[in-house]
Every structure is written in structure tokens, then in C-alpha cells.
Design a binder for this molecule. Structure first.
Ligand SMILES: NC(=O)c1ccc[n+]([C@@H]2O[C@H](COP(=O)([O-])OP(=O)(O)OC[C@H]3O[C@@H](n4cnc5c(N)ncnc54)[C@H](OP(=O)(O)O)[C@@H]3O)[C@@H](O)[C@H]2O)c1
Length: 241
């Protein structure tokens, strides 16, 4: 591998929140080439504003992880831009939390299906489609962004966010299955911390998004192949399943 070749990152949900800050921090290094994927590139003004002289290379591409044709089109676009090169880090960040107040007695079919569709099936299809590109990369790493809300062992007596938490627990199991199925790749699941974003809210103990994102990048860069199948938080600590 050419040691001067840029490090290639592919980030889903890059137009706001954690995804946007991932792109922002990665572009501070000119040695990074970043694919910022979002549903509507035309409306992604904050993402477009991150490009600039002296920074890393930014490609903005359309991607709806609920739509397999969109996933295939995004992979084709990345492949065309990369030529023979691959993706070093695929960060499956896009996610939703439908039905914030839901608990098992009141969960709706719509919320449960929506959470599973985006938070589990989306990353599963992303890996099915992008694995060949990641296999061509130097680092060969996939980071699925989950949450300690998906940790059964860390469960708190809090009857909220149930569809979300259940979908993140499923994403955790998906990650174990992916680690088994793709032994040449390093696939982990990560909790970014409780961060100030549209999803995380603001002002009640959340960390600045920059803190969690700095942690995600540091953990990703430090990954070793033997970490595959692990659940790690932004500080580098293992999260109990
Ligand atoms: N913030 C926290 O405290 C926290 C804690 C633990 C885990 N997480 C996880 O971190 C990830 C990012 O969260 P966040 O706080 O940045 O959330 P956010 O501010 O609500 O942003 C969510 C992002 O996901 C994108 N997205 C949703 N559905 C999508 C789809 N079908 N296709 C493509 N993109 C889609 C959104 O795009 P649009 O703008 O088009 O909707 C947006 O870019 C999520 O997986 C979340 O579960 C967050």
C-alpha cells in the first residue's frame, strides 16, 4: 500500500449531529479523504461548508440507508471515486429514535418497525454492499454506532426509548454476527457517549458533540483486528453487553 495514500473514511448521516462533527474533525487533517453521505446533499449546507483549502478531501454523496437502491448507488459512486483504492473506515452512524416516550405497554408497531429498519437493517445492508470496498482498504474497519441504551447489562429502570433501545441491542448482535462473517475485517459497535445533538438534546449532562466524536475517531484509529466483535465506548472502555 502507498504510505502517502490518504486514509479513506465513509460516514453515514453526515449532514448533522455526530456525523457532521465526524466529517469536521477528520477534514482537519489533509491526509484524510472523507465521504460524507446524507439523504439530501442539496440541502446539506453545513456539510458543504466544511470543505476548504488545506483540509482533507470531501466527497458528499446521496445515501438513504432505508433504501437498498440508494445504498448500491452510493457504493458505486464511492468505487468510481476511489478506483482501485478501498475504504479504511466505514462508520455506520445514521440512526433514529422514534417514540421517545415508548415503553413496552405502549410501543407501537410503527415505532418498532421504523427503529429496526433504520438502526439494524440499514447497517446490515450497508455492510453487505460496502464490505468489498472495506476489504480493499488498509485498516478494514467498520464501526457501527450503537448506544449503551442497547446494553442489556447496563439497563436502567427507565421506561422510555424502548423501540430505540431494542433496536440498538439488535445492532449489537448484528455486529457480533458481522465480526464472525467477515473474519478479514474488524467490525465493532461503539457508544459515542450522551452528546448534544438533535437526538441527544442539550443541557442536562450531555457532553459536547466534539468530545464524543474525538473519542470515536481515537478508538477507531487504535483498533486492532482482535477487537473485532467488541462493544467499546468513546473513552475506549469496553461496554458490557
Ligand atoms: N446523541 C447521542 O447522545 C447519542 C448517544 C448514543 C448513540 N447515538 C447514536 O449516534 C448516531 C448519530 O446520532 P445523532 O445524535 O447525531 O442523531 P441526530 O442528530 O438525530 O442525527 C441523525 C442522523 O442520521 C441521519 N439519518 C436518519 N435516518 C437516515 C436514513 N434512513 N438514511 C440516511 N441517514 C439517516 C439523519 O439524517 P437527516 O438529517 O436526513 O434526518 C442525521 O444525519 C445514531 O446512530 C444514534 O443512535 C447518539
Amino acid at each position: 500500500m502507498d504510505s502517502l495514500a490518504p486514509t479513506v473514511w465513509f460516514i453515514t448521516g453526515a449532514n448533522r449531529g455526530i456525523g457532521l462533527e465526524l466529517v469536521n474533525q477528520l477534514l482537519q487533517s489533509p491526509s484524510n479523504e472523507v465521504f460524507g453521505a446524507c439523504r439530501n446533499p442539496v440541502d446539506a449546507a453545513s456539510l458543504h461548508a466544511l470543505a476548504g483549502p488545506g483540509k482533507g478531501t470531501l466527497h458528499i454523496i446521496a445515501l438513504d440507508i432505508n433504501d437498498s437502491a440508494s445504498i448500491e448507488a452510493a457504493a458505486a459512486e464511492a468505487k468510481a471515486a476511489l478506483g482501485e483504492r478501498g475504504i479504511d473506515y466505514l462508520i455506520n452512524n445514521a440512526g433514529i429514535n422514534p417514540g421517545w416516550g415508548d415503553s413496552p405497554p405502549v410501543m407501537t408497531v410503527d415505532n418498532m418497525l421504523a427503529a429496526f429498519r433504520t438502526n439494524v437493517i440499514g447497517p446490515a445492508l450497508m455492510v453487505q454492499t460496502f464490505a468489498p470496498l472495506v476489504a480493499r482498504g488498509g485498516k478494514k474497519a467498520i464501526v457501527n454506532v450503537s448506544s449503551t441504551m442497547g446494553s442489556i447489562a447496563s439497563r436502567k429502570p427507565q421506561n422510555q426509548h424502548s423501540s430505540y433501545s431494542i433496536s440498538k441491542a439488535a445492532l449489537n448482535m448484528l455486529t457480533g454476527k458481522l465480526a464472525d462473517s467477515y473474519p478479514d475485517l474488524t467490525v465493532i459497535v461503539m457508544c459515542p457517549g450522551w452528546l448534544e445533538t438533535d437526538m441527544g438534546g442539550a443541557g442536562a449532562g450531555q457532553l459536547p458533540v466534539s468530545t464524543g466524536v474525538g473519542g470515536i475517531i481515537k478508538v477507531a484509529q487504535g483498533l486492532k483486528h482482535e477487537d473485532s466483535g467488541s462493544f467499546i465506548e468513546y473513552t475506549g472502555k469496553r461496554v458490557p453487553w
